[in-house]
Design a protein around this ligand. Sequence first.
Ligand code: 5GP
Ligand code: ZN
Length: 114
Amino acid sequence: MSDCLFCKIIGGQIPAKVVHQDEQSLGFLDIAPQAPTHVLFVPKRHITSLNEATVEDRELLGHLMFVAAKYARENGFAEAGYRQVVNCNRDGGQTVFHIHLHLLGGRSLTWPPG
Ligand code: 5GP
Ligand code: ZN
């Protein structure tokens, strides 16, 4: 999608610190990290939010969770723990309308979130 920030990052028109790449997804550092490790995992195909995800997207969404967990393992904080978050629309706090999974780790996170 031409006016989507994350599609532009995927397309290389906007720079990002890419830490993971595969056929279906990209992982890059959040510009405003909320934890020592804060990576955003996005599908390369534009999906606006969880509300627009279809039954065909199930595997892709699971893939994001899987590669994020793998990233935590490979970077040494899986055992200590981490959080994966997908915000949806206004009440969920979504600000960029291309599905992304936040991976937060490296500190003790509180619950419930604000
Ligand atoms: P949301 O609030 O939609 O769940 O998360 C959007 C995330 O994208 C935020 O954590 C925000 O810091 C991050 N973000 C916004 N603009 C940029 C950008 O230009 N580059 C990167 N790397 N992250 C961004
Ligand atoms: Zn997009």
